[in-house]
Each structure stands twice: as structure tokens, then as C-alpha cells.
Design a protein around this ligand. Structure first.
Ligand SMILES: Cc1ncc(COP(=O)(O)O)c(C=O)c1O
Length: 435
């Protein structure tokens, strides 16, 4: 058995092939598109963004898309569009990036955090219904690390209780749930398009919906330039029509300015042209990696079942954003995964680290923060009950760093390189007990 690099042996990967991980792919076409915006001095315009929105809506298969300055802003807009307001509650998985939940507080909305499933890292459908109270208005689902949520179990609960389903598809651009695109499964959805994402345009976000009223609420909240009546500057598309909001035309009711920078939308238009083709290669590379390590002990992929259902429809991992591996932690003392990751890094696999996000239900922002200076935490300031939860209440979310960790996110199907990474994993996992 080879000595682990962390114990003084030689590392498996001497130098990481940068091209294998470089993302997003930027070509002269992206450069030209961005420079054109610069030369036209149209960074703050909307005409390119509106084209990008129309193309994104067609790609996803929805009626409306709205471009945002970032994903966090789009989430806030979606919450307002969904009708959430002071005193309402929203159910959200505890283990996610903070932006899935934190904007709720600025609307005076309490977040009732739910458990995640160890298998999918997504909200546990079993932990939703008992949380629903008279003021619960929405469920935020997060297709975490590209894995689609179990929508067949979540949607009936939402429908039974008249709740809006907001999808945070920031990790799941291109992921499918039983043949249907993530971002089209609930009532309204959001994608972050920031630089690290699978679909990356720099800072940017996009909101999607088929619901005209929600779309208009989102416009009224953060897009003053689309709230006036149609004119030679403001075309009729993507323009407010609802008289309830028209009376506030000219000033966004949220007081926010949410529009996308046109360098981002110009780049997004180019990225979209190649996105499906590029993520198909990522999918091939990631599946090959997981095939190579299929027999490695205590290791399994974070990957949805992609066998076709009775109608031949498949689920998929889209762009495999924030690719994760699963460690069979119950066979080892607590803290072993962190040591495994350190050993993998010593072998030359620089990306390996335990998961960064959550558990949000234990964070001070959702427990103590008094945003409105009302003398009590915002999460209970407007509510008719206290939905805060102590340590130990959501064990799967709280222990995620024991079993989930980032693995190389291959962008190209480079067989020899992927095999070398697989060898590093085999070496470390076969000696996990010695770490
Ligand atoms: C799940 C999730 N939601 C929302 C966001 C926020 O998006 P942005 O960074 O574009 O504001 C991110 C990450 O950046 C995210 O990972």
C-alpha cells in the first residue's frame, strides 16, 4: 500500500491541469459581446438584458424571465412576488447558502427551517407538513449542488395547503427532474449567475415564472424603469400592466434597483448558446469519474437516479455545480471526513473540503438579529409564533460536514487526467481508517 502524501509519501497529482477546471469557458465571442456593451456605453441599459431574458425563458420553457444584478436580489424579488410579507412564514432547508433564506428577514418574514435528506442534500419532504401554520405562505426548495428536489412529494403538500413553491435553482441550471427542468417545477424560481456557478455571467441572477401577476410584482419591487407606461423607450413587453402597481409607476415599491448589468447579459447570451453542449461534457466527465471510483470503500456520489421512469423521463445533474461526494461516516469517528479531505489535498486534489453551507437554523441572524430595532429578534418580531429551533433539532443539516465534501468538478472529458484523480481517491479512501 502506497504511503499517503499526508504521511510523507509522494502525492498522486504533481500539478493540477488548470484547463480541466477553468470555468466559465470564455472565448473571443464573449469578449466581443462584452466590449460591444462597453463601446456602446450601454452598461445600464436594458435592451440586451431583455433579449437575454427572452432567450433564457425560451431555453427553460417558461413565459417570463427577469434579469437581476445578482441571485440574492432575485431571491428577494421572488419572495415579494410570491406574496410574502411581515408576519408570514417561509419553510426553507437549513443547509443551503444563506441567500436562499436571509432576504426573507428584510420583508419581516420568519424562516421555519426544515431538515435535509442525507441522500440528496435537499429539503426532506417528510419534514415539511408539520411545520405549516396559519401564516405559512411559501416553501423555498433548493436543488442543492445540482441535485433536483423530490418535487413529486413536495408539490402535493404545497397544493394541499395553498403554499407558493419558490425554487432556488442557483445550483441547478440545466438539471432535470423526471424530464422537467429545475426552475420550472414550482410557481416561481431563481438562478444565481455569479462567476462560480455552472451558468456563469459574472454578477447576475434571473427570476422565472409562468405567473404574470408574480412577474409584475417582481417588476414593481425593483425595476423602476419598467414601471412606467410603454413609450418609445419602454416597450410593452416586460412592462407593468397591473393598475395596483401602475399607481406607483416610476418608483420601485421595494425601493430597490435590481436590474442586470448589460456586460453580464451580453456574456450570458453567448454562454447560453453553448451551455447545453458544455454541460453535456461535464456530465460525461463526472459520470466517468464516479464509474472509476465505484468500488472505492466508504465513498459514493452525490448524484440523482437517472434511470428513465415509466414514460422514459430522466432526472439529471445539469452542470454538476459544486460537485459533492458522500462519505460513509457512520463507520468512522467524528471528524474523519475533514482528515480525508486534508489527505486528498495533500495528494494534490486541491478542491476537496467538507461542505461550506448551513446549518442556518443555528445562525444568529435567524435567532437574534433585530433588524428593525423593535426590541426583539426580527424572526419573531411580526410573527404569531416562534419557529426558532435549538441545536440538535435538525441532525442531518447539522452534521453535513461529516458526510458531504467537494470533489473535482471536471469540465472536460479528459480520461487519463480523471483516472489519475480517481487513483488519488482510491489511495486515500482505502486508508481512511488510519487517518
Ligand atoms: C443556493 C444559492 N442561492 C442563492 C445564491 C446567491 O446568488 P448570488 O451570489 O448571485 O447573489 C447562491 C450563491 O451565490 C447560492 O448558492
Amino acid at each position: 500500500m502506497k504511503t499517503l502524501a499526508i504521511h510523507g509519501g509522494s502525492g498522486t497529482i504533481q500539478s493540477e491541469p488548470k484547463d480541466l477546471f477553468l470555468w466559465p469557458i470564455v472565448t473571443e465571442e464573449d469578449e466581443r459581446a462584452v466590449l460591444e456593451v462597453l463601446h456602446q456605453r450601454s452598461m445600464s441599459g436594458t435592451e440586451i438584458t431583455k433579449k437575454f431574458e427572452a432567450e433564457m425563458a425560451a431555453w427553460l420553457g417558461v413565459d417570463y424571465a427577469l434579469g437581476y444584478c445578482n441571485g440574492t436580489a432575485a431571491i428577494l424579488g421572488a419572495m415579494y412576488a410570491a406574496g410574502l410579507g411581515a408576519g408570514d412564514e417561509m419553510i426553507c432547508p437549513s443547509m443551503t447558502y444563506w441567500a436562499s433564506a436571509a432576504p426573507a428577514l428584510s420583508l419581516g418574514v420568519a424562516v421555519n427551517f426544515a431538515e435535509i435528506e442525507e441522500g440528496s442534500l435537499c429539503i426532506d419532504p417528510e419534514d415539511i407538513e408539520h411545520r405549516i401554520g396559519p401564516r405559512t405562505k411559501a416553501i423555498m426548495v433548493v436543488h442543492y449542488a445540482a441535485h433536483p428536489c423530490d418535487m413529486d412529494r413536495i408539490l402535493p403538500i404545497a397544493r394541499r395547503h395553498g403554499l407558493v413553491v419558490i425554487e432556488d435553482a442557483s445550483h441547478a441550471q440545466g438539471s432535470k427532474y423526471k424530464g422537467r427542468a429545475c426552475g420550472t417545477l414550482g410557481d416561481i424560481s431563481v438562478m444565481s449567475l455569479m462567476t462560480a456557478k455552472a451558468f456563469a455571467t459574472g454578477e447576475g441572477g434571473m427570476l422565472f415564472t409562468n405567473n404574470r401577476a408574480m412577474f409584475e410584482r417582481a417588476i414593481s419591487f425593483g425595476f423602476y424603469e419598467r414601471t412606467g407606461s410603454a413609450s418609445e423607450f419602454f416597450s410593452k413587453d416586460n412592462q407593468l400592466t397591473d393598475p395596483e402597481f401602475m399607481k406607483f409607476a416610476g418608483i420601485p415599491v421595494g425601493g430597490y434597483k435590481h436590474r442586470m448589468h448589460q456586460m453580464s447579459s451580453a456574456m450570458g447570451r453567448v454562454q447560453l448558446k453553448y451551455y447545453d453542449q458544455r454541460i453535456a461534457e461535464i456530465d460525461k466527465a463526472m459520470r466517468y469519474f464516479w464509474d472509476c471510483v465505484a468500488d472505492v470503500p466508504s465513498l459514493s456520489p452525490h448524484m440523482c437516479d437517472n434511470t428513465p421512469d415509466s414514460q422514459g423521463l430522466r432526472s439529471s445533474m445539469g452542470g454538476w455545480y459544486y460537485a459533492q461526494g458522500r462519505f460513509d461516516h457512520r463507520r468512522f469517528p467524528a471528524g474523519t471526513l475533514a482528515k480525508v479531505c486534508a489527505a486528498l489535498r495533500a495528494e494534490g486534489v486541491s478542491v476537496c473540503a467538507t461542505i461550506k453551507n448551513g446549518p442556518l437554523h443555528l445562525h444568529g441572524v435567524f435567532n437574534e438579529l433585530d433588524l428593525f430595532r423593535l426590541g426583539k429578534p426580527t424572526t419573531i418580531a411580526f410573527a404569531d409564533r416562534d419557529v426558532r429551533q435549538p441545536k440538535g433539532s435538525l441532525p442531518c443539516a447539522e452534521s453535513v460536514a461529516e458526510y458531504s465534501f467537494s470533489v473535482p468538478w471536471f469540465k472536460h472529458f479528459d480520461k487519463p487526467a480523471i483516472e489519475l484523480y480517481a487513483e488519488a481517491f482510491r489511495k486515500v479512501f482505502s486508508q481512511a481508517g488510519k487517518l
